[in-house]
Design a protein around this ligand. Structure first.
Ligand SMILES: [Fe+2]
Length: 460
């Protein structure tokens, strides 16, 4: 069974191939498995991406825009019990598909959807997005329950990239919205209720996609991709573009700190970070952060982040000097950095990322293999997913009782162009270049989309 999709448009690469939305929700049980699925993988592998059911202007369609569709596979006892894909119901899904609207509060002018990440908090599941719309709470089987502002505690909107402190379960997040002259630092407790917020003034309206946390600090990005009112007024697109004269800086705010405690550190050249990997406090007062760095974003390509290769870098954020020092660790173009999430904010050795060849405006991004960085040795291994196949973000799942950092599995959705379907690969992280120990075969394709997480049964 292949997957119905909108007709590909020759001129918008974000509507072609496995970037294209799919038209149906799917439910499938007892999925076929090749190899041997580790029995202790007990939970759900979730992910999400934009999947607009209608397109007002396909030529201008931006990859980041449109109703979300969640995808999930339930693994237990060496079997794959189900695969489900479900729309995240927003105004567009109601309008285009005649679905019943969701209840719950609204924030701002968005259509009430979420398309960028799907997370578990305190035994609940939320689809989340940045820049306006509120989280949408989902059932374990990915049906929408309602929009939710963390039960009335969220002061504004939210982000797709909260960072979980592994010692406390608190989620630290940096939120932005186009009407604000600040970015908002928010802490959500493990009970999914906001427990701290601070408004950090910024000189413009930057797109602040993600943040990082060390043991003591939150890293705040104030980078030169900013809101453009003219674009916003011109129709459905992402109204942010490259503004190199804005400057580029990174702030450090103590966890649970106030806005007047932010220490800003300037970058020598404009650049853009969608995704840091991790950040660690150093004895000399600096914070060292690894991140994927784009030379620019939305300068020439206004439909996606595709303006030349990225670099995997180490940034030394030095609040005494007020500067950020950059060093390239790997010039392989990549994105979607992840690592062992029990080590968020702590010293770590291994990181994972996905091939992400940005070859220029209006060309298709080339996705493909997976990378494993050894930060101690300065080496990178590559897991080839096979000819005609492509992955994107991978998730590391530690083995229960593991005593070494990379004792576990790397799980990723992989698209197979030959069958126009996707599968999940389970790779032994200590045999990263080897064949997957298991593949879970799905009946349909899963569009490349953005982010996801492994939600173990204890948190289901
Ligand atoms: Fe992201």
């Amino acid at each position: 069974m292949t997957t119905a999709s909108h007709p590909p448009t020759a001129t918008n690469p974000y509507l072609a191939g496995n970037f294209a939305p799919i038209l149906e929700e799917t439910t499938a049980f007892d999925l076929r498995i090749s190899g041997s699925l580790p029995a202790e993988l007990d939970g759900r592998l979730l992910r999400i991406g934009p999947n607009p059911p209608g397109l007002a202007d396909p030529e201008r369609h931006h990859w980041f825009i449109g109703s979300g569709m969640t995808h999930g596979v339930r693994l237990r006892d060496g079997s794959a019990e189900w695969y489900r894909s479900r729309y995240v119901i927003d105004d567009e899904v109601v309008r285009a598909l005649g679905r019943a609207p969701l209840s719950g509060p609204h924030h701002g002018m968005g259509g009430g959807g979420a398309n960028t990440n799907v997370i578990g908090i305190g035994g609940r599941t939320f689809a989340i997005v940045e820049a306006g719309s509120l989280p949408v709470e989902l059932t374990d089987e990915l049906e929408c329950i309602a929009r939710n502002d963390f039960d009335g505690t969220l002061p504004g909107s939210f982000t797709a990239h909260p960072k979980v402190d592994p010692d406390t379960g608190d989620l630290h997040a940096v939120v932005y919205y186009w009407e604000w002259d600040y970015v908002q630092y928010v802490v959500v407790g493990a009970d999914a209720r906001v427990k701290h917020a601070a408004n950090i003034a910024v000189p413009g309206k930057p797109m602040t996609h993600d943040c990082a946390i060390s043991a003591s600090q939150v890293v705040v990005f104030d980078l030169p991709c900013t809101f453009d009112l003219e674009m916003a007024m011109s129709g459905p697109t992402l109204p942010y573009r490259w503004t190199p004269d804005y400057g580029a800086r990174v702030g450090l705010i103590p966890k649970f700190g106030s806005a007047d405690e932010v220490r800003w550190c300037e970058l020598d050249e404009p650049c853009y970070v969608y995704h840091p990997m991790n950040a660690v406090d150093q004895a000399d007062g600096t914070v060292v952060m690894e991140a994927v760095v784009h030379p620019s974003t939305f300068a020439d390509d206004l439909r996606g982040p595709n303006e030349g290769g990225t670099t995997f870098e180490r940034w030394t954020i030095d609040p005494k000097a007020g500067r950020v020092r950059r060093a390239v660790l790997d010039d392989t173009s990549q994105e979607f950095p992840r690592h062992h999430e029990g080590l968020i904010g702590k010293p770590y050795r291994y990181g994972y990322a996905a091939q992400f060849d940005s070859i220029g405006p209006n060309e298709s991004l080339r996705l493909g293999s997976l990378l494993k960085h050894d930060l101690a040795n300065g080496t990178t291994e590559r897991h080839e997913v096979g000819a005609g196949r492509a992955s994107n973000e991978a998730v590391f799942v530690p083995r229960l009782g593991a005593e070494t950092e990379d004792d576990g599995w790397v799980l990723a959705y992989v698209y197979d162009g030959a069958t126009d379907t996707s599968d999940i690969i389970v790779v032994d992280a200590q045999d990263f270049t080897g064949e997957p120990v298991a593949r879970v075969h799905l009946p349909v394709r899963v569009p490349f989309g953005f982010h996801g997480n492994w939600v173990p049964t204890a948190r289901v």
